[in-house]
Design a protein around this ligand. Structure first.
Ligand code: SIN
Length: 591
């Protein structure tokens, strides 16, 4: 039976209103229609808990069986439809928590005013709110309930790439993700992935070199990066784009991010955001390969053998509780700590009160897990502020918007920096403005090239006008007309004599004209777990910790003190793959 979600839910609520529903929650509503088996494997209360997986696979299949897939549920009448969100087809139960108050996942970052069915249901204690040392110890004492070759902790781009690479290498892999859906911070990545020497660059006649990639990353990172890691990043980048292509991701568009000598930021065609696109592709690959990806599964501890090699992890599942799972190899790919207030306050107190573009999952779990067993950290206190987060929001305005042609001006409409400088310098320059904000200004030509800008418009973030003068008036940027005229002249001559912007792909001549107010916010934690070139985690003596690997934002060393735009996704794909392959080889050798 397929039920069209909203209309049918409301109709059924009307039918049942007046009857004695035990609680006003989704579960009671369904029980009125049938028994618990409407949602669960069994109708017997005593057996339900045992029948549930942490991913709530059966329950979610039941939702879709009755209500249809996301495409069926999109409601054109809604201004913002959560079923058409960039999070993709995540578990229905991520939001529709049946026995408790529902969660509007979108509002982890947005402020949508939306009414969810059963919104007045009772709030319940979060299943993963505590860290229970006792239960962890009991799980270890009991011993493993399962054994696999490789455990991957964290389901963002690094985690998926590692898990897929390990699976392709022949290992038996499980990926644990604490959130109710995969994607992590990568899910929110807007820009693209840096790579050098790709067929995409060749087709566009772009001259680029590995040495330039390395030079840019090192210079951007103030020469504090580990040069060996940067070399691998550059050398393996083209192969990483090829690998993504083989997995089904088309990265055919090219842009320039800040601090780069060439157009090497590869992105999906049509100006779409890279993160949702990539995660969607990787999720599909994991499904096609029948991989074991478990959400609602928070790894609480790394367990060591007496000889200090990896024995496995203790994972806390939403329904299965605390259990030890044994593995010869563990890959940490849990992302950064940009949304862990305590860690930011400790490592970078000056950024404590800044907004952040990060997903709620970016809480530094991998750093804490690895530190607890004696891993070494690199540059752990280096946190990056992205210059252009929508003012008073958590929505990132991609650096590639400047790369494609936007200018950046202050409250009076005056440019104050080369827009294509590195993001640390751009952030500093904005913070030196008395009001500590800036405007990005662009025209219709840019909107036509960058699909994601329509998303900002949809979110009501843009000021829009038919002339530059009108835009100046509605935003209070009195100098904007003169600034735009001067910039358009520089664009014709190819020389920006004010700020030496190296690349001016567009002028600002085609109405409508747009402006978006931006300010810096926490975007990336550059420091983290110390790794070697094979992604082995290093201990305080810089010896490798046998069986423990790490990749992506959880690690330090790749980006030095400042990461360039487009190097995060490159990092996750290049080092995620290496970690997965090496973890698999290690586990298979030890079998
Ligand atoms: C952006 O598009 O500005 C973010 C991309 C990145 O951080 O690499």
């Amino acid at each position: 039976m397929k039920i069209k979600y909203l209309a049918s839910a409301v109709a059924l609520m009307m039918l049942t209103s007046g009857s004695a529903m035990a609680k006003n929650d989704l579960a009671s509503f369904h029980t009125e229609m049938g028994d618990c088996q409407t949602c669960h494997v069994t109708g017997k209360i005593k057996d339900i808990k045992k029948s549930m997986t942490d991913s709530e696979t059966h329950e979610n299949a039941q939702c879709q069986d009755c209500h249809g897939g996301y495409a069926d549920l999109v409601n054109d009448k809604l201004e913002f439809d959560p079923h058409a969100s960039h999070l993709g087809e995540i578990n229905c139960t991520s939001c529709h928590t049946a026995h408790a108050k529902p969660q509007l996942t979108c509002n982890n970052c947005h402020n949508f005013e939306m009414e969810m069915p059963f919104a007045d249901a009772k709030e319940k204690k979060k299943w993963d709110g505590d860290w229970n040392q006792d239960k962890i110890q009991k799980a270890i004492a009991k011993g493993p309930v399962e054994t696999v070759d490789v455990i991957v902790v964290g389901g963002g781009s690094a985690g998926f790439n590692a898990a897929i690479a390990a699976d392709m290498t022949g290992a038996n892999v499980v990926l644990f993700e604490k959130a109710p859906y995969t994607g992590g911070n990568s899910m929110l990545a807007a820009g693209g992935m840096n790579a050098v020497g790709t067929p995409q660059q060749k087709a566009k006649g772009i001259e680029d070199k590995e040495e330039w990639y390395i030079e840019d990353a090192m210079k951007g990172g103030r020469y504090q990066n580990d040069p060996k890691l940067v070399q691998i990043l550059a050398e393996e980048s083209a192969d990483a784009v090829k690998w993504l292509g083989e997995l089904g991701a088309d990265m055919s568009e090219l842009k320039r991010s800040g601090g780069q000598q060439a157009e090497r930021t590869h992105a999906p065609s049509g100006g779409r955001s890279v993160g949702p696109y990539l995660i969607d592709t990787l999720r599909k690959v994991s499904v096609d390969r029948k991989m074991d990806v478990r959400v609602n599964s928070r790894v609480e501890k790394l367990v060591l053998n007496d000889d200090q090699s990896i024995a496995g992890v203790v994972v806390h599942g939403r329904h299965t509780g605390y259990n030890m799972v044994a593995a010869k190899s563990v890959v940490l790919s849990t992302g950064g700590y940009g949304l862990n207030k305590e860690m930011v306050s400790y490592y970078r107190p000056t950024m404590r009160d800044m907004t952040s573009s990060n997903n709620v999952t970016a809480t530094g779990d991998g750093v804490l897990l690895a530190k607890e067993i004696g891993a070494s950290m690199t540059d752990i206190d280096w946190v990056q502020a992205h210059p252009t987060i929508g003012k008073d929001s958590r929505i990132l305005i991609s650096e590639t918007v400047r790369g494609v042609g936007a200018i950046m001006v202050n409250k009076d409409g005056d440019r104050f920096i080369n827009e294509l400088t590195t993001r640390d310098r751009a952030s500093d320059a904005i913070l030196k403005q008395p009001e500590q904000f800036a405007w990005l200004v662009f025209d219709e030509q840019l909107v036509a090239k960058k699909e994601m800008v329509r998303g900002y418009e949809h979110l009501n973030m843009l000021s829009k006008a038919n002339t530059v003068e009108e835009l100046a008036q509605i935003t209070g940027m009195s100098d904007l007309p003169n600034t735009v005229k001067a910039y358009n002249d520089y664009q014709v001559s190819g020389k920006d004599t004010d700020f030496e912007r190296p690349d001016m792909p567009l002028n600002l001549t085609k109405a409508p004209f747009y402006a978006v107010k931006v300010a810096p916010g926490i975007h990336h934690t550059m420091g983290g777990i110390a790794i070697d070139t094979d992604t082995n985690v290093l201990n305080l003596q810089s010896w490798k910790m046998e069986g423990l690997f790490a990749a992506g934002e959880v690690t330090g060393g790749v980006h030095g003190y400042n990461r360039l735009g487009g190097n995060a996704i490159a990092d996750t794909v290049v080092f995620g793959r290496i970690a997965g392959e090496n973890a698999a080889k290690h586990a298979l050798e030890k079998k």
